[in-house]
Every structure is written in structure tokens, then in C-alpha cells.
Design a protein. Structure first.
Length: 95
């Protein structure tokens, strides 16, 4: 969602396109469980749908790592580390 918000604020000049993107963001937040992470896996925020579905409050998870949602053994695996490295690399490519 942060990517869409950044896109709205910096790159899009067409009022109709901005309105359409705002509608998409609103619809996603109302209908889906959404969580946002930094590229290192740290939780930025989560919407009410996510929090209610998983039984958390935002203050319980914000600033913590995604690994709290996965098995400890998996969080220590090469695959899990690669998952976050791929995310960091793709974000560097966009910049």
C-alpha cells in the first residue's frame, strides 16, 4: 500500500488516475487483510481486517519482524532469508 500511496503523491498527475488508484487502495483496505513491511521484514502497519483476523492489536506487532508469523525453524532457513533478500533487491531496483 505504501508503494501505491507513494505513486499517488509523486508520479501521477492525471486526476482521473489518482482517483482510480485511491479507490483501489480504499477497496483493498476495506475488503482484504493487509499488512505492510519494511524491506528488512519489520512490520510498519496492518489494517483492522488483518488485526482482527489474526487476533492482534497493532501495538503488539508494529516494529516486530515478520518471522513472528512463521515457524521458528523456517525463519532460520536459507529460503526465508532469500525471500527477504529478493524483496530488498526488487525495492533497490525501483529506486
Amino acid at each position: 500500500m505504501k508503494f501505491l500511496k507513494d505513486l499517488l503523491s509523486s508520479e501521477t498527475k492525471d486526476p482521473q488516475a489518482i482517483s482510480e488508484l485511491e479507490g483501489i487502495v480504499t477497496a483493498l483496505n476495506q475488503s482484504q487483510a493487509v499488512i505492510e513491511f519494511n524491506t528488512d521484514g519489520t512490520i510498519i502497519t496492518a489494517n483492522d481486517n488483518f488485526l482482527n483476523t489474526l487476533g492482534y492489536r497493532l501495538d503488539e506487532i508494529q516494529g516486530k519482524h515478520h518471522s513472528l508469523f512463521v515457524d521458528t525453524e523456517y525463519s532460520r532457513s536459507r529460503e526465508y532469508g532469500e525471500f527477504w533478500e529478493i524483496g530488498r533487491a526488487s525495492c533497490r531496483e525501483r529506486v
